[in-house]
Design a protein around this ligand. Sequence first.
Ligand code: GYE
Length: 306
Amino acid sequence: SGGGSGDKASGGGDKQLTVGFSQVGAESGWRTANTKSVQDAAKKAGINLKFSDAQQKQENQIKAIRSFIQQKVDVIAFSPVVESGWDTVLKEAKDAKIPVVLTDRAVDSKDESLYATFLGSDFVEEGKKAGDWLVKEYQGKTEPVNIVELQGTTGSAPANDRKSGFGDVIKGDAKFKVVASQTGDFTRAKGKEVMQAFLKSQPKIDVLYAHNDDMALGAIQAIEEAGKTPGKDIKIISVDGVKDAFTAMAASKINVVVECNPLLGDQLMELIKKVKKGETVERRIKTVEGVFTMDQAAAALPNRQY
Ligand code: GYE
């Protein structure tokens, strides 16, 4: 190289990495746990993390990514709030030769060269697990089962995929009817508000499928305020597995939780280091997750990590 800058560390692989991380927001218990995991892991790995919270707005994420490019960070990591509309800014990162690692949520870009790898859950699989539980629960029954669905943030990968995975499983049996489906933005407040509207507009609700725990917990309040018993009058299926949901499940208010692990920090830092070094990494790394039912809730609660 020459030039004699005297910077011995450069190129030696020991230089402290600076990573720009654009987080979705702080909409849920899952997200709070994810943020903490990423921040703790960066510290542990000696990585200088520039953290930016997008408050569930794509425009904020695009701004953050552009600012990371300007600051010439070593790697950009982000959890895209929605799936579409990233090609332009990702192309800018590519032109600046800054590798991008996706975590938690995916983008729908056709051009796979726009990011190095994607670490996160399989949301279609989660939706299917939710559907499988329901099919089993109503096995041998013939009466119609009316389902209301609280969707996650419109256009987000987990909302799209949890809806489609669930839909694919239940469409095999005509007794299952999704009578209402609306977004609750992955928040408690919105989950409660939309459930209140469902309870007013729907004469008979048998099952609530909530795309995350926070919406389920908000909906539980609405159901109780309407004089009904959550978990019994209305069965509840949720996704994530945060502690508050396990507490509600141990109190028989949620019937089943499909787990989605937010503790991705350590794995993410490992990947970032490898990508920076130019090592080959898998294009898609999935997290391993389970399903928990009411009868398992009390025993599982003390061991929950988030
Ligand atoms: O399920 C929800 C959060 O993208 C997996 O986002 C994540 C989802 C999670 O708001 O609680």
